[in-house]
Write a protein that binds this ligand. Structure first.
Ligand SMILES: [Fe+2]
Length: 305
């Protein structure tokens, strides 16, 4: 049967293939490329064409080189196999299709294995601005090009190490309440760190003196410009003690962004994050977003078993 513009295909929130896998408890799935509808490819085309000039203006150099190196197609949803064939020789990373949200520890542990959990569904073409959850454009056009950069890729692996350290540091705590409290604080600190760097990070450099490397920025036509150009956006050199205590904004453009000097700087910061964790400095961070959901906490508890 020919697919029409109204076929659900692999549209965010309307993808039976993905929802059924999730209901069966399957985390890793195949990309099921044949299921993408013409409308799905059209979404990709629109998103890609619209944001491309902004990448030229606001993205860090390595991201732009990554787009080229991976040969991201402008006119259709990319095949993860094709991306991975180009990515693997560069940093050992690969994009791995998942059915949905990956609980905290499992997510970080994937990064440690140089696997990036990748959403395969795509937002509807008439809702290109609003992104209620990650989709393949965010994950593949926003995240994956950064995985071509050695120091950045190594940074993600170090996040995975941090998750293991969190388990190691808390698994011996007898008092279950205290153990959960400590873990929840550590997970919150790690999530904030990830949020303000990998998702929304800025870096010195580029034609405007500051450029974006965070994937939440690089996959958002509106927020990418806002992050760099808007007068009201606060941009400060990254400071660990601030970042791990700073609540994140989920539903609107970030009012506050942090700047790193380089990818090596970012890598050193994750080293420091782990050191602070060992010193107990992440055990009692300021309350606020993101909330640590029970599934995230449980994933860390399960890892200790
Ligand atoms: Fe993301």
């Amino acid at each position: 049967m020919p697919q029409t513009l109204s076929a659900p295909g692999l549209t965010t929130g309307r993808a039976p293939f993905v929802e059924e896998a999730r209901n069966r408890g399957e985390l890793y799935i195949r990309q099921a490329y044949e299921l993408y509808s013409e409308a799905n490819h059209e979404s990709w085309r629109l998103l890609f064409a619209r944001i491309r000039p902004r990448w030229e203006m606001y993205a860090n150099d390595q991201f732009l080189r990554g787009i080229e190196a991976l040969n991201l197609p402008p006119d259709r949803v990319p095949r993860l196999d094709e991306i991975n064939a180009r990515l693997r020789p560069l940093t050992g990373f690969q994009a791995r299709a998942v059915s949905g949200y990956v609980p905290g520890f499992l997510f970080f542990d994937c990064l440690r294995r140089r696997e990036f959990p990748t959403t395969i569904t795509i937002r509807p073409a008439d809702r290109t601005d609003y992104l209620p959850e990650p989709d393949v454009f965010h994950d593949v056009a926003g995240h994956v090009p950064m995985h071509t950069e050695r120091a950045f890729a190594d940074t993600l692996v170090r996040f995975g190490d941090c998750a293991h350290t969190a388990v190691e540091l808390t698994s011996g705590i007898r008092d279950q309440g205290e153990r959960n409290r400590r873990l929840t604080n550590i997970i919150k600190a790690m999530s904030r760190f990830f949020w303000f760097t990998v998702e929304f990070g800025l870096m010195r450099g580029g034609p405007r003196g500051i450029c974006a490397y965070g994937s939440g920025l690089l996959s958002s036509y509106g927020e990418l410009e806002h992050a760099i150009e808007a007068e009201e956006t606060q941009r400060y050199p990254v400071r660990m003690e601030w970042l791990i205590n700073q609540g994140a904004e989920i539903d609107r453009y970030q009012p506050l962004l942090f700047i790193v000097d380089s990818f090596d700087h970012l890598f050193d910061l994750v080293d420091r994050l782990e050191r602070w964790m060992r010193e107990g400095k992440l055990d009692n961070v300021a309350p606020g977003l993101p909330e640590v959901n029970p599934g995230d906490l449980q994933s860390f508890l399960d890892a200790a078993e």
